[in-house]
Design a protein around this ligand. Structure first.
Ligand code: 6PG
Length: 478
């Protein structure tokens, strides 16, 4: 039994088991370990006949039955469970073995673990996996980062099991140390923003234009055949057509409007603030999930304010076109913000994240896959060092083509009283980012006025301070 398996998985939840089945279907022999005997037993039963899959609850047997260097992925909840798994594996590992954390761990934890595990002579890699349960089974997008030599041992396996776009695998080396987890975190931040934007589009159509779920289904189906084609639009299309098996009603109408969050979107915002990168559409989407959780207060406030929602009187077809363009532009902006964070964080943390590969592997398998990313990929191939994709001429053309319709949609939303926070924030970001002269000269003057914080001038070099108060004003305060 010793040294026979190509690959091991700790944590046999649906994601872990599905990823193993995917590997086994590609000809790899795999072993899974879980403390829960039911899960370990069920693993073998669910495998494709003729594939090499084994489940065990014995950690020593698990480790020893793998070929060296061992390649062990864990898919367990982020936080303490990851440290416990590392501690349980290490007594049986040999020098050069590779532990891979495929969960959504915070990248700072991964940085720490990379060091701790390296001190023991093993490799630790952080690896983002996106695509949900189906993706894990039939082809996810996989974002591994860490030691490049260790990655080379994994490469053939990851390339075999990942999703493919134009025959190219949706996996690539994401950079040093915690790069894999950093990229996945930002992926999720973008995911939050796009999901929030879709829900705002839904609100406008449903409450502003009186669309039924059937009409929404049809419109999203149409959009998914055009420039908006992406996984999130595709699943939204299907959600509108799904009935509740108990009541026969449209399921979406029966779902409580409180959004959950495991934290990756919030981490993206927190880290962007620390890194000094502006990603307000993502920040806003995190804030909106938080507001959604305050259901009782919202109900109370709605009674107090009785806000009126007016119908949007733009003809349906015209508004649908405006909305298609507006949402397309918002998607561009959400990706642009996330990618600009990756550029800066990669520099600061010396991760060497290859942006063209990030975009390349996000084209398929992951939750934020979209045809738009094909445009982005071509841009980064041409210019891998862009600090913000909005600076590219081709992207600028796309932005300009859709800009007026984003404005039109926001103005209609404002008139009707429908909240479109991410759409609005995205427009504000675009309008600020493309402004050569912001009104922040005034902020500098105010800071210098009340706190002598100094300012720079446009007409001469140096640092300046002004005594802003006249003598009389100073006297008044006394
Ligand atoms: C993916 C998803 C996945 C998961 C998130 C959801 O790429 O497959 O992002 O990682 O759906 O954990 O996060 P929230 O629970 O925070 O919405």
């Amino acid at each position: 039994m010793e040294n026979t398996f190509d690959f091991g998985m700790v944590g046999l939840g649906v994601m872990g088991a599905n990823l193993l089945y995917n590997m086994a279907d590609h000809g790899f022999s795999v072993i899974g370990y879980d403390l829960d005997a039911k899960k370990a037993d069920a693993l073998e039963k669910g495998a494709t006949p003729g594939t090499h899959v084994k489940g065990t609850t014995n950690v020593e047997e698990f480790v020893k039955s793998m070929k060296t260097p061992r390649k062990i992925t864990m898919l367990v909840p982020a936080g303490k469970p990851v440290d416990s798994v590392i501690a349980s594996l290490t007594p049986y590992l040999e020098k050069g073995d590779i532990i891979i954390d495929g969960g959504n761990s915070h990248y700072t934890d991964t940085l720490r673990r990379v060091k701790e595990v390296a001190e023991k002579g093993f490799h630790f890699m952080g690896m983002g996996v996106s695509g949900g349960e189906k993706g894990a089974r039939f082809g996810p997008s996989i974002m591994p980062g860490g030691d490049q030599d260790a990655y080379n041992h994994l490469k053939p396996l990851l390339e075999a099991v990942s999703a493919k776009v134009n025959g190219e695998p949706c996996t690539a080396y994401m950079g040093k140390d915690a790069a894999g987890h950093y990229v996945k975190m930002v992926h999720n931040g973008i995911e939050y923003a796009i999901m929030q934007a879709i829900s705002e589009v839904y609100d406008l159509l449903k409450n502003g234009q009186g669309y039924t779920n059937e009409e929404l289904h049809q419109l999203f189906a149409k959009w998914n055949e055009g420039k908006l084609k992406c996984f999130l639009v595709e699943i939204t299309r299907d959600i509108f057509a799904t009935k509740d098996p108990d009541t026969g009603k449209d399921l979406v109408d029966l779902i409580l409007d409180k959004a959950g969050a495991k934290g990756t979107g919030k981490w993206t915002s927190q880290d962007a603030m620390d890194t000094g990168v502006s990603i307000p559409s993502i920040d806003m989407s995190v804030a909106l999930r938080t507001i959604s959780a305050y259901k009782n207060e919202r109900v109370q406030a709605a009674k107090l304010y009785t806000p009126e929602v007016l119908k949007i009187d733009t003809p349906k077809e015209e508004f649908a076109k405006q909305l298609e363009d507006a949402f397309y532009l918002v998607m561009i902006i959400c990706y642009a913000q996330g990618l600009s964070l990756l550029v800066k964080a990669s520099e600061e943390l010396k991760m060497d994240i290859p942006l063209h590969d990030v975009v390349k592997i996000w084209r398929g398998g992951c939750i934020i896959r979209s045809t738009l990313l094909e445009d982005f990929y071509q841009v980064y191939v041409k210019n891998p060092h862009l600090t913000n994709i909005l600076l590219d001429e081709h992207i600028a053309k796309l932005v300009k083509e859709n800009w007026n319709n984003l404005r039109a949609v926001i103005s209609a939303a404002t008139k009707s009283g429908i909240a479109v926070a991410v759409l609005q924030t995205s427009l504000a970001y675009l309008e600020s980012y493309t402004t050569a002269n912001m009104p922040t000269n005034l902020i500098q003057a105010q800071r210098d006025y009340f706190g002598s914080h100094t300012y720079q001038r446009i007409d001469k070099e140096g640092i300046f301070h002004t005594e802003w108060e006249t003598d009389e004003e100073a006297k008044e305060q006394i």
